[in-house]
Design a protein around this ligand. Structure first.
Ligand SMILES: CC(C)(COP(=O)(O)OP(=O)(O)OC[C@H]1O[C@@H](n2cnc3c(N)ncnc32)[C@H](O)[C@@H]1OP(=O)(O)O)[C@@H](O)C(=O)NCCC(=O)NCCS
Length: 181
């Protein structure tokens, strides 16, 4: 890779150059819906671009992890948070924990699983930095609705399953602790 890369926040006037991550639903979102979602304050999209092309895009929206959704994982989740906070968490003290959802993430086909640049991993690490430093609101976790085929990528980046309820679904809810840098 010789070109310089830039991280951009999508704007009304951002020129959307070609992009193809192979998944047509993810491609269409970028060209047909991303700006509309932005205007409606539903999701904020970010891009990694070079002078010639879009290499990756992803978007953020607010989310929460509800303790009641965690079924089997509930006890271990609460224990893990308590050890991170360095204090006990009382029963019913939190019904949910604030999170940022990565609503969509896609890397252009030729740079997927590229050992040299690891754009997907860069985006996860960038998200941790972005939401932990100068945090405007409390936000402790990243959540995703992971496509089955992308689950290994999330596991390698420290994500865990929120519950086993969706183990047979097309997508699985996963989370990662923002403070686990
Ligand atoms: C899934 C995706 C975002 C991952 O980004 P990426 O830049 O390709 O991933 P990275 O290069 O940072 O990979 C990090 C690790 O995860 C692994 N990995 C990435 N995608 C994987 C996949 N689909 N299956 C298995 N392992 C995968 C890599 O091999 C690498 O492993 P290593 O550390 O042992 O070398 C990207 O491949 C993509 O856009 N896929 C198509 C769209 C998609 O599925 N989006 C996810 C929607 S939930």
């Amino acid at each position: 890779m010789t070109n310089e890369l830039f991280l951009r926040r999508l704007r009304d006037n951002t020129e959307l150059k070609s992009f193809d991550c192979v998944n047509s639903e993810l491609n269409d979102f970028l060209f047909s819906d991303a700006k509309k979602h932005q205007e409606e304050c539903i999701a904020q999209t970010y891009l990694i671009v070079s002078n010639e092309e879009i290499l990756a895009y992803w978007c953020y929206l607010n989310d929460k992890i509800s303790v009641s959704d965690m079924n089997g994982n509930r006890e271990s989740f609460i224990k893990r948070i308590a050890s991170r906070l360095g204090r006990e968490i009382k029963d019913k003290e939190y019904e949910s924990f604030p999170a940022v959802k990565i609503g969509r993430i896609a890397i252009t086909a030729k740079y997927q699983r590229s050992k040299d640049i690891r754009l997907g991993t860069y985006i996860i690490n960038y998200t941790k930095q972005l939401f932990v430093s100068n945090n405007r609101t409390g936000c402790r976790f990243i959540t995703v609705d992971a496509f089955r085929e992308a689950i290994p990528f999330y596991l390698k980046n420290g994500f865990e399953f929120i519950s086993s309820r969706d183990r047979k679904s097309e997508t699985r809810q996963m989370y990662c602790d923002l403070l686990q840098l």
